[in-house]
Design a protein around this ligand. Structure first.
Ligand code: GDP
Ligand code: MG
Length: 297
């Protein structure tokens, strides 16, 4: 265990358990086609800590996502090695009829539960591979109005199966004030429709620093994100990941410009363990109970 430092905010017991099992974390991106899901995955992986072996040529155009696919990489966060997988989904909006476009996504999540159940039932349980989806980033179109019926439908179909984390896509297309208003409206809609989004638990014996961090993260939900895998030059000559406009550069990694850093921090650092635990203890258990009941066991 000597090589593992960091994750200092985790209760010791949880930490030891995770280190023993190895960190596996799977996130999924869902939402309308063209909202920047695939780009955000690249942004997530292409961090200062992780250098892909074969970077995309700078001019490579991203092909449209046509099937559910996973991308995995080993990353290192605070000295802890982590196998991060992101499941990319095609997104809706490309079909005349979008009524059932949530179905293949829910089926994918459930088939991962199925697979996990199979592993658990094997005699040799040492080799349990956890491919379950621990977090689902739901991309909301930056309309500035409110949630659309299709968003409500999707989130309502998903929230009993996965930890939902709403994000406002392409936040660089809105002003700070518009984003703040939109966030308020989106949260009101989510509450009105009784959609359950991931809520981080707080611990009784938490120190001030962790409490402040938790509050800071919670205050950003739904995260307003900007994705980019391009390096651009700021007016003052810095090379940053961002999107260039005639009026300036929106920096992905600048917390004054968007919530990408906070989102990444929530997923990979602060709440990874809580997301995994809620998936295991609540979402998976509920699914298993439903399944057994439906089978008449
Ligand atoms: P997906 O269909 O949701 O996977 O969307 P893509 O990642 O393929 O992106 C669709 C288009 O939106 C591409 O032209 C991207 O360059 C662009 N895009 C991605 N992220 C952002 C963003 O944060 N802001 C803006 N303005 N454009 C973005
Ligand atoms: Mg895509």
């Amino acid at each position: 265990l000597m090589g593992f430092v960091g994750f200092s905010n985790l209760p010791n017991q949880v930490h030891r358990k995770s280190v023993r099992k190895g960190f596996q974390f799977t996130a999924m991106v869902v939402g309308e086609s063209g909202l920047g899901k695939s780009t955000l995955i690249n942004t997530l992986f292409n961090t200062k800590l992780y250098q892909p072996k074969e970077p995309l040529p700078p001019s490579a155009e991203r092909p449209k996502t046509v099937a559910i696919e996973s991308i995995s990489a080993d990353i290192e966060e605070n000295g802890v090695r982590l196998r991060l997988t992101v499941v990319d989904t095609p997104g809706f909006g490309d079909f005349v009829n979008n009524d059932e476009s949530w179905r293949p996504i829910v089926e994918d999540i459930e088939s991962r539960f199925d697979q996990y159940l199979e592993y658990e039932n094997k005699v040799n349980r040492q080799k349990v591979v956890d491919d379950r989806v621990h977090a689902c980033l739901y991309f909301i179109q930056p309309t500035g109005h409110s949630l659309r019926p299709i968003d409500i439908e999707f989130m309502s179909r998903l929230h009993t199966r996965v930890n939902l984390i709403p994000v406002i896509a392409k936040a660089d297309t809105m002003t700070d004030e518009e984003i703040a208003d939109f966030k308020t409206r989106v949260l009101a809609d989510i509450a009105f429709h009784k959609i359950h989004i991931f809520q981080a638990p707080t611990y009784e014996n938490e120190d001030e620093e962790s409490l402040a961090e938790a509050e800071e993260i919670a205050s950003k939900i739904p995260f307003a994100v900007v994705g980019s895998d391009k390096i651009v030059t700021t007016p003052d000559g810095r090379q940053v990941r961002g999107r260039a406009y005639p009026w300036g550069v929106v920096e992905v990694d600048n917390e004054e410009h968007c919530d990408f850093v906070k989102l990444r921090q929530m997923l990979i650092r602060t709440y990874m363990e809580e997301l995994r635990e809620y998936t295991d203890d609540v979402l998976y258990e509920n699914w298993r109970t439903e399944k057994l009941l439906s089978m008449g066991v």
